[in-house]
Ligand binder design. Structure first.
Ligand code: SF4
Length: 357
């Protein structure tokens, strides 16, 4: 299956319980940003996410409280670089105890010391490594040489140690799809469990113009649709059709809620128009009717999973034909061909000193 069976069951059960309560709007994913400290400053990342001090991080209790308040069955722990969060082992243990499925979104630079040595593999834990292209492109996006080699080495090690391991790739204006295909081949040879490919979102705080406009996204994601038949790409067929310009979807910004050191971020993961101190203020204070319609200028070129994947699943669940197609897609995971040797992991590089405090 393209997603772990337990995760599929947990999410389906949660969605059914929400539907029985006749709730139309509910979160399925909590983006938990426990810190705004990073050991990189990638050019496609909003500046707030890598300039914060470690001392300003969210306390462990606030992270667990956010999980309890949102009730979302899945969490992405991001940031900042979440492996730098000192209380990460306790946070992951607390979330596992609550039955949540966790994507640990990381640049992988210190995965060995901060995760492999401290947090054992678990069926509810997914290591999700950021990789935006082959070596030249990824190192350019990360603004540091050697990051690609290190990430590939850590992916190999993560698989060897038995972690469920996925990757997360953002497609920018200059990304060639032939390179994405090359990357998919490499990741397939490493036997990664899933690949998420998304169009980049143009944050106001990112100075370089590296982001695609609508037509570009449609063209490139038509090609990603083809790739999804050959590689374990985890975007659903309806979401890819939306990105390829073949169907319309409403945004569901409430499906992916974001807790940060500044508060609950509204209206969505991408736009921090206002930060709310409490869950109640956030949930009742965002004008969901407005943001669902994408009439805001900042929504025009947005084709992000955080806004539309839940709508894609909902649309696919609303008629039998699409629902069967969704189930078939989940069960039709392409695997590494037997006999193809795994790519040799690149030699680990000496990490640069990381100033985190
Ligand atoms: S379209 Fe994108 S930017 Fe606009 S509310 Fe939805 S997720 Fe946020």
């Amino acid at each position: 299956m393209r997603f772990p069976l337990g995760l599929t069951v947990a999410v389906s059960r949660y969605m059914m319980s929400q539907s029985l309560k006749r709730r139309d709007r509910y979160p399925t994913v909590l983006m938990l940003e426990p810190l705004y400290t990073c050991n990189l400053a990638c050019i496609g990342c909003s500046t707030e996410r890598h300039t914060g001090r470690l001392s300003d991080r969210l306390p462990l209790e606030a992270c667990l409280q956010a999980a309890d308040e949102s009730q979302a069955p899945t969490l992405s722990i991001c940031g900042g670089e979440p492996t730098l969060y000192p209380e990460l082992p306790e946070l992951i243990a607390g979330l596992i105890e609550r039955g949540r499925y966790i994507y640990l979104c990381t640049n992988a630079l210190v995965l060995d010391k901060k995760v492999f040595d401290l947090i054992p593999p678990h069926p509810q834990l997914i290591i999700n490594v950021h990789l935006d292209g082959m070596a030249h492109t990824h190192d350019y996006v990360c603004d540091r040489e050697g990051v690609f080699d290190r990430a590939v080495a850590m992916i190999g090690e993560s698989k060897r140690r038995g972690y469920y391991t996925m990757t997360n790739t953002t497609v920018f204006q200059e990304t060639e799809l032939s390179e994405v295909e090359q990357l998919c081949d490499l990741l397939m040879s490493l036997d990664v469990d899933g690949m998420l490919i998304s169009p980049g979102y143009q944050y106001a705080s990112v100075e370089r113009d590296i982001f695609m406009k609508r037509d570009d996204i449609h063209r490139k994601f038509g090609r990603v649709m083809e790739l999804s038949r050959r590689y374990p790409i985890t975007a659903t067929p309806a979401f890819l059709e939306f990105c390829a310009g073949q169907r319309e979807l409403k945004c569901a910004p409430y499906s992916t809620v974001t807790r940060t050191p500044l508060g609950w971020k509204g209206p969505c993961y991408l736009i921090g128009e206002k930060y709310f101190a409490t869950w109640e203020e956030f949930w009742g204070g965002v004008d969901w009717d407005y943001w669902e319609t994408r009439q805001d200028t900042r929504c025009q070129n947005c084709f992000m999973h955080s806004g539309f994947e839940a709508s894609a699943v909902k649309a696919a669940s609303s008629n039998l034909k699409d629902f069967v197609r969704l189930m078939m897609w989940n069960m039709s995971k392409p695997h590494r061909k037997t006999g193809v040797p795994p790519a040799p992991p690149a030699a680990p590089r000496e990490e640069e000193a990381v100033e985190v405090a």
